[in-house]
Design a protein around this ligand. Sequence first.
Ligand code: SAM
Length: 257
Amino acid sequence: MSKENTSIHDFDINLICEYFSSLERQGPGSPEITIKALSFIDNLNKESRIADIGCGTGGQTRVLAQHSQGTITGIDLFPGFIELFKSKAKELRLQDKLKGLVASMDKPPFQNEELNLIWSEGAIYNIGFERGLREWRAFLKPGGFIAVSEASWFTEERPAEIEEFWMDAYPGIDTIPNKLAQLQNAGYIPIASFILPENCWTEHFYAPQVAAQEAFLKKYAGNATAEAFIANQRHEKQLYSKYKAYYGYVFYIGKKF
Ligand code: SAM
């Protein structure tokens, strides 16, 4: 791409999107865990309307489509992800069930009380857990469900290195009881919460990145931004392996009250 009319920030974002486009999913998770979270949701039928907010290229959206009734609209800020979302839906002949839209989660393109279910894996942190829960609630029908995965602390106290890393990356990270209180205070009945198993990080998120990183570094040899980005990804993986007893992703499932 031409750098003349592109800011460094745009270039970074485009590089990051290109890197994550080569992966089945853009955050920790797995098909088994998407299906497990879905098992807590009642009353979906052919007429149900589901949204997957921050869907990325749609790894989890396709699993949802294959295991639920109704139609699903995936939204993501990045057009490249939505293009892939649409082409992969077509490959699996899911295009009648899956619609992909470029839109921001702070202005989702839904009507009040339109949705039976809001899904969001590893994405609500972009506007913050509490804010997302409160603002998205308006789009749910009475009794509708929300299911989101979110980085959470497992313990009350943590080693300084990992505490500092997360305070910089996402100060909204909190303990599971505090997140559940936020869910309840935002107007939902807490239905279930469970910790994503380690293989959602190792097997489904980090392992596929090994080859992706090699290919990316080869393509962008000498590009300091690309090299710094990959070094950062590798550092995050090392931190996870060192401190996985203290944090991880948790699925939170609530019912609109
Ligand atoms: N749900 C996918 C998954 O689990 O594989 C993607 C998770 S990824 C960690 C977070 C996603 O949020 C990215 O696809 C990113 O483009 C999207 N995102 C970031 N800010 C957003 C915004 N304001 N509105 C919509 N999507 C956004």
